[in-house]
Ligand binder design. Sequence first.
Ligand SMILES: *Cc1c(COP(=O)(O)O)cnc(C)c1O
Length: 366
Amino acid sequence: MKLQNSLNFSGGPGALPESVLLLAQQAMLEVPELGLSVLGISHRSDWFASVITETENNIRALLGLPRDYHVLLLQGGATQQFSMVPMLLMRAQAQAAQYLHTGYWSGKALPEARLQGPIDVVWSGASRDFKSLPTSADLNFAADAPYLHYVSNETVEGLQFHRVLGRDDVPRVCDMSSDFLSRPCEAERFSLIYAHAQKNLGPAGVTVVLLRDALLQDAPSNLPCFLDYRQQAQAHSNLNTPPVFSIYVTLLVTRWLLHEIGGLAKMAHINQAKADLLYQAIDSSAGFYQGRAAAQDRSLMNVVFNLATPELERAFLRQSLAAGFSGLAGHRAIGGIRASIYNALTLPAAQALAEFMDDFQRQNPA
Ligand SMILES: *Cc1c(COP(=O)(O)O)cnc(C)c1O
């Protein structure tokens, strides 16, 4: 069976733009301006320092990020951030940090935070099987919490917040791992944003953290260096050997966003068009496809749906693979179908999947 990168709907690591893959391939042999393979260059070289600086500057430019934010390129994935955030912000705090439990990934952050101190789960979608997000009326944010933590896009369930949550006087912390740089995000309203690269902006191995400098003023001084944002910032993301290749490819993706796509407003426009095609296919199927997320909370990145029976879902996955599509199986936690339409997945690819869905329905009348 031959699969196609252009039809890769993987939930993560996700597809990357073809132009980026070609440049990465070339850099594997030799980086054009250097003549060396990207896999054999010192992380202490001037060249790599310029890679870090340009990646950081590109992210700043894409988001219009104020100067008082650090842009860090760390390891350990989003999972390490589940611990680093409370290690920085919760120590010696009597008040509980506030957390939203809106799905699989926000749930994974809870036990890690509890290891560091008290947390208050402001709202949980568990009783409604994580099929919708809270409205503003459902939420009561405390003025004295050390911070609020939430996930902007629940990758597994296909739920996405289309507004910023919380209070302006309490630090907002957001896991944007699956929708970072997919749309403008009002970064200046958050104290800390983190996103690993492998869903929307590069290969696995690097995690982008944006954090406001003021957060570091009271940072504890007894943290292991690797888990200490202050030391990571002082070392300019080069505290120990960083994942050079992953960071280089992330740089290529930020260049692609800036120069080929033309910025985040344009990216958001394309992403909306892709999502519209697939939700339209679901909504016009007379119930043959059942969207999982409540309509107002639908994700523009992960389109999650079911068919009437597990057998029909298996047939859908089998036939879609035969047609060259891949990555459409739902997350192992909930099954069903999930089409992840991250930045690199093109509009024609979303169109092809919508057409496949129509064809499949015609061939399998209820
Ligand atoms: C995939 C995902 C994670 C897990 O990230 P790792 O890098 O594997 O630790 C965390 N949060 C969200 C929102 C995700 O989509």
